[in-house]
Write a protein that binds this ligand. Structure first.
Ligand SMILES: [Zn+2]
Length: 260
């Protein structure tokens, strides 16, 4: 090949690379424009396999990097729904994303989750990591399983350092123990085939159970004392029950400690 032909060939190659690079940049830009685009792009990497009726969680990572005591399970606790599991961690240890996705919340909630991160995954799944001592991601960050979302801690709570970990499918809470065998810290055998309708049914049964968990307002009660009974903040109590210091509950009124 003479020099001229070589130059010509190099020019063609350069053009091809430039076109591809341009396309990649456009794709990167479009990720910033809409949340949906971002989620789809993030999940192209190791998207959770989806069947119409089942989730395959076999790619899910346990969000801590070692085994640890399970301090509290999912379910009714303190007359309200404990929406996740509590896992003992040490302050400052890395907490990692369980699935690929995009960060949709990274903030501090003083009366509840403390420093927490919510990650949106494919197929309407979300995971939440709370009581962190530090958040290391911001809204819009795209994560792969194993990427650090923050460091363990006890922000928002006055008990010892622990990770509060939730899995959600749209508006439904998922008991992480349906996927993870906690004493052994492995994915359960059926984790590759978790029925969506079972998730919905379990959520509805939990809501029925919660209907029996309420506080009847008595004379002399204050918003503070009732919030303390549920172990939630006054702000949360007011939000859940549509009450406020200006619009206090009436004697005999039934108050709840968790929303639907
Ligand atoms: Zn918890």
């Amino acid at each position: 090949m003479d020099n001229k032909k070589m130059k010509h060939l190099l020019l063609i190659l350069f053009c091809i690379v430039a076109v591809y690079a341009g396309a990649a940049e456009v794709a990167e830009d479009s990720v910033q424009t809409t949340k949906e685009d971002s989620v789809q792009t993030a999940n192209k990497v190791t998207a959770i396999q989806e069947d119409v009726n089942y989730f395959d969680f076999s790619n899910m990572l346990i969000p801590i990097t070692h085994t640890a005591a399970l301090l509290s399970t999912y379910g009714v606790r303190d007359h309200r729904l404990h929406r996740g599991v509590d896992v003992r961690v040490t302050t400052g240890e890395p907490i990692v994303a369980a699935l690929p996705g995009i960060v949709t919340i990274s903030k501090f909630n003083p009366g509840g989750y403390g420093h927490y991160v919510l990650v949106q995954h494919d197929n309407d799944l979300q995971t939440l990591y709370a009581h962190l001592s530090k958040r290391t991601v911001k809204v819009g960050d795209r994560l792969l399983p194993g990427d650090i979302v923050g460091l363990g801690g006890n922000s928002g709570t006055n008990v010892g350092a622990h990770l509060h970990f939730e899995i959600r499918y749209g508006k439904y809470n998922v008991d992480p123990a349906t996927i993870v065998d906690f004493p052994n810290w492995k994915l359960k055998e059926g984790a590759n085939r978790i029925s969506k309708s079972d998730i919905i049914t379990a959520h509805q049964q939990m809501q029925k159970k919660l209907k029996n968990e309420f506080y009847v307002v008595k004379e002399g009660d204050s918003l503070e004392s009732i919030a303390a009974w549920f172990k939630i903040s006054v702000k949360a109590l007011c939000r859940i029950n549509n009450i406020s210091p200006e619009k206090p509950p009436k004697i005999g009124q039934r108050l709840r400690g968790s929303g639907q």
